[in-house]
Design a protein around this ligand. Sequence first.
Ligand SMILES: NC(=O)c1ccc[n+]([C@@H]2O[C@H](COP(=O)([O-])OP(=O)(O)OC[C@H]3O[C@@H](n4cnc5c(N)ncnc54)[C@H](O)[C@@H]3O)[C@@H](O)[C@H]2O)c1
Length: 327
Amino acid sequence: MAEQGRRKVGIIGSGLIGRSFAMIFASGGYKVTLFDLEPDQVSKAKADIQTQLGSLEREGLLRGSLSVQQQFDLITGVTDLATCVKDAFFVLECVPERLDIKRSVWSQVDPLVTDDVILSSSTSALLPSAISEGLRHKDRFVICHPTNPPFYAPLVEVVPSQWTRADVVQTTMELLREVGQVPVLVKKEVAGFVLNRLQFAIMGEAWRLVRDGVISAGDLDKVMSSGLGTRYAFIGPWETAYLNAEGMDSYVERYADMIFDIQKHQESAEKMALGPTLDAIKTDMEAVAGPISDLQTRRQWRDNRLAALAKLKVEMAAADQKAGPSK
Ligand SMILES: NC(=O)c1ccc[n+]([C@@H]2O[C@H](COP(=O)([O-])OP(=O)(O)OC[C@H]3O[C@@H](n4cnc5c(N)ncnc54)[C@H](O)[C@@H]3O)[C@@H](O)[C@H]2O)c1
């Protein structure tokens, strides 16, 4: 754990993701400066952070050894970009998902920082080479794509470009681990990185199954929430396969033909569009999650469950660690 106030992280953009990262770094004892184009947004972010830190404490999910007040005091809202990035060893940009906005921010930051800084973006889908091309510090640029909400779903995809230095990637992974996130390395630039490629592959198949009248949208969601998803909260598809046979060779010997026969029936991409398939999905979603006018109630319900699962996982990881390798 970092000593309180040891080093500084500069965060640009104080929306949903910027404020979450501010809390995450403060939990590790880092000083955080938070900047936004809209000064009002920073004040709102600070108020929201205080509320969220209180909730995390009540849920037993407050990270690190510092109190809510100590963590909150480490986060300073600032009104200019230069102050935000000055003396920061890690600068994280969390502005809207538009290449022109991100490139404009980085062209302003680039001349302000020293040669030992790490520059990072939380982009969901823009490629690191596209954002960092032309920057003097492009070899110090790496993407940290979080999962929302980052406190409950700690995965971060770390995506370097072909010119990112190996030590920048390594330090970024270590930093994320230190503050309680779960970084994975995406070794090559690919559209959608990994999480969204998997998510959209599932969504594509889910669309076709509803479109073809195989299953209702509500029941399809149950296949995930009461079937695949319960397992995937703890183990991924590869460990599932490993455990479901006597290891990988045995799994492939037993199931590869069956899997391939089914995969051959899975069509290529179809763009989702307005029409009868979407109407059927909308009807089911209104029945399951309520009307659009009251989505906040269902979002709160979802977040409570994610918080409970996150707490369970933290407790189980601590128990596993205590039990040692024989668990
Ligand atoms: N929301 C998610 O679920 C999620 C998940 C993973 C990654 N991301 C990515 O994180 C990034 C931020 O997303 P978000 O959901 O926090 O967006 P958001 O709209 O909540 O926040 C963006 C903030 O950036 C500010 N801003 C706009 N232009 C700016 C500029 N030039 N300089 C400084 N601040 C500026 C806005 O005022 C706003 O406060 C995006 O690239 C997004 O794709 C979002």
